[in-house]
Structure formats: C-alpha cells, structure tokens
Design a protein around this ligand. Structure first.
Ligand SMILES: *Cc1c(COP(=O)(O)O)cnc(C)c1O
Length: 397
C-alpha cells in the first residue's frame, strides 16, 4: 500500500523558507579562514568569522598542531572518563585555569557542549534559572535540559531581574543567574557587576558565557570577569576555544569542586570523545600567543573603533554594540538577506541574520572585524556598505 512520505513536511517547510526569502545555501570557504577569503569562487573581504585575532592561521598554532599529530596521532580514542584524558588535555585545563585566574577548569568538545553540560548538571526541576532574553541558544538548551523553571529577564534589565529574584526570594531552590558576557548578535556587554551584586544579595550562582569575550575583553583577552575586575566573584565562567582561540572546544572555569562535580555529572564530558591531541596543543599555543603578543588585541580594538565609526558615519543603525561585533540592523529578514547578497556581489561577505536567531523586526547583517584586517580591507568594505546601503534606501544619499 502506498503511503505518504512521512518526511513530506520537510519539503513543505523548505518551500515556506524559499517563499519568505529566507532559504540559505551554505557558503563554502575554499581555503583558509582569513580577512580576505575565497568564498563560493570569489575572493571577498570576510566580515563574518569569529577568528578575532587571526589565530586560525597563526604559524605557532599550525606548528603546535602538526607536532602533536606527529607525536600523539590524530585522535584520543576514548571519552575523558575512560582513557581519553591525555597529558595535553590536562595541561590545557591547568593553563586555562591560570589564564582565567580560577582554581580549576574543565574542557568540553565545544562551547555549546559546555553550556549544555554545566547547566543540566547543576540544576534540577525544582530549581530556578534567571536568563537574559538574548542569551545564546546553547544556554537556553542547557536550561531546558535541566528542566528547572526558567525566568527570562528583558535584555540587560537588572531592575527586572531584581523583581524576579524578589518574587522568588522564599523559594527553597538553587538559583542560577546566567548571561552571555558579550552578546553574540548585538555585540553589547552584560552588566556583570550588577549581576554579581544581585547574585550575592539573593544567594544565586552567577554564570557568564564568555564565548565572544575571551581573547577580546580584559587583560590579554581574559574575558568579561577580568574586564570588570570581578575575579573570585563569578562562580562559573564558560569560554570557547572555537572563536578567538582559533581551534575548537569549550571550557568551564571555576572552583576545583565544580570541576570534580562536572567530571561526574556533565553528560557531554561523560559520553562524547575528547579532543584530538592536535586541538589541545593548538589551544595551548594560542594561550602563549595571547600572553606574548598583546598587540593582536590592540589591533583588534583599533580596527573595531575604526569600522564602527565608519558604519555609523554612513548612517547605519548599529544598535548598542561595544565590541568587534557590529550589527547593521535593517528590520525585515528578506531585506537583511538582500543586503548580504548585494554586499557579496560588491566583494564583502557579511552574513544576513533573521528570525529565529534574532527578533522578527531586528533582522540584520552582522559584521565582525578581526586583528588581521588591514585599513584597506576596512575602507573597501565601508565603500561597499555605502554603495549598497544607498541602493537599498537604508542610508541617505
Ligand atoms: C559561539 C557561542 C557558543 C558556542 O561555542 P562553540 O565552541 O562554537 O560551540 C556558546 N555561547 C556563545 C555566547 C557563543 O557565541
């Protein structure tokens, strides 16, 4: 008997995306992840990578990876809790703890896995989590996996957070306040001093996800806790090794007890194989570079200021950004995709981002400058924005 294809809805959903102008084919990078990159057969200025310091191609990192492959092979062969903990993994955790000025650190396969693992491990269905409305999807997933009650507070609104904490003051529950350190779609910074003060007042755990802050904010890129001088007052610092660090992975920096607990409870740590040794070696070399080449971070911030000013002088709406992530907010999803497509034709790659990644009326093209961009790259990109922005009526003539 002929039956309907049970996956027919997939085609229907794709059709809807096409009609709405939101269907995307994956762009393909045909070479290195660099400030100018070959994408889909064209060499363009790349304003869409998280390679903040240009470390994906740094000679010291390449050498460290190659050497580790030669010395240890290409894979770890097991999960961490069986026999997948190599000396390099241990060394990386010790170095990261020292970098973050915490007692200990535990590395996960990705920042995404770190968020899911830590929140799920710490909270039960009886507990409460207070989460910024613009927190990263992996934080939201971690909250959902824990089945704790989720109280979402308006973006960076600490008065609203205080009200939620007051309403639940009497609840006998573990309480967790969690926020991105730098918000990935808007580039603004969390009000961490206020979050810490509220955590201390209401007895809540404070967790910050510094995926976009590590390597960017604070001395030598130590992150938002260092930026605000809050060492010792944030219980959980999540970071990624996939962005400024240039390789792949995530970590949780905090107390030794927290690390030991996560080793026994965090499901991605327990049930998924550890990094290849080359990745751990790459990350160790990246930490050397952060400590020994602070000029990279200086260049990142010089470029950030220059490009942000340029976009705002042209009259674009760049939101509240305070970091190298600068959104160009246009409103409609299809318009953001159109802007991105036209920029690409003019030699600039800046990803269009629409609902559900951002609110329906806040679709945007997101730009990220890196230390590796030259002034010439940035001037050329601004010229493309000027031309296409006028053409689409986004800025005046
Ligand atoms: C990118 C990102 C992650 C995920 O990190 P990966 O290492 O790529 O999995 C987590 N949190 C935030 C805020 C991010 O921007």
């Amino acid at each position: 008997m002929a039956t309907r294809d049970p996956l027919e809805f997939v085609q229907e959903e794709l059709g809807k995306l096409r009609e709405a102008g939101l269907y995307r084919a994956l762009r393909v990078l045909e070479g290195e992840q660099g400030p100018r990159a070959r994408i889909d057969g064209r060499t363009v200025i790349n304003l869409s990578s998280n390679n903040y310091l240009g470390l994906t191609t740094h000679p010291r990192l390449r050498r460290a990876a190659v050497r580790a492959v030669e010395q240890y092979g290409v894979g770890s062969g097991a999960v961490r809790t069986i026999i997948g903990t190599m000396t390099l993994h241990q060394e990386l955790e010790e170095r990261l703890a020292a970098f973050k000025k915490t007692e200990a650190c535990i590395v996960f396969q990705s920042g995404c896995a770190a968020n899911q693992g830590v929140i799920q491990s710490l909270l039960t269905p009886q507990d409460l989590v207070f989460s910024d409305e613009l927190n990263h999807a992996s934080i939201i997933d971690g909250c959902r996996l824990s089945r704790a009650e989720i109280k979402v507070y308006p973006h960076r609104d600490t008065a609203a957070l205080r009200r939620l904490l007051e309403e639940t003051r009497e609840r006998q529950a573990r309480k967790l306040i969690v926020s991105d350190g730098v918000f990935s779609m808007d580039g603004d910074i969390a009000p961490l001093p206020e979050l810490v003060a509220l955590g201390e007042e209401f007895g809540a755990i404070v967790m910050v996800d510094d995926a976009h802050a590590s390597g960017v904010l604070g001395a030598n890129g130590r992150g938002s806790v260092d930026h605000f001088g809050l060492h010792g007052r944030v219980h959980i610092q999540v970071g990624t090794l996939s962005k400024a660090i240039g390789a792949l992975g995530g970590y949780v920096a905090g107390s030794r007890a927290l690390r030991d607990f996560l080793i026994h409870r965090a499901r991605p740590f327990l049930f998924s194989t550890s990094h290849p040794p080359s990745v751990a070696a790459t990350c160790l070399a990246a930490l050397d570079v952060l400590e020994q080449e602070p000029e990279l971070i200086q260049r990142l911030w010089d470029n950030t200021r220059y490009f942000k000013q340029g976009l705002s002088d042209l009259g674009f709406n760049t939101g509240q950004s305070q970091t190298p992530i600068t959104p160009v907010i246009v409103g409609e999803g299809a318009l953001a995709m159109k802007l991105s497509d036209r920029l690409f034709q003019e030699g600039v790659f800046a990803q269009g981002i629409a609902y559900p990644t951002v609110a329906r009326d806040k679709a945007r093209v997101r730009t990220i400058v890196t230390a590796a961009h030259t002034r010439d790259d940035l001037d050329q990109a601004l010229e493309a924005f000027r031309k296409v922005g006028r053409e689409l009526g986004l800025v005046g003539r």
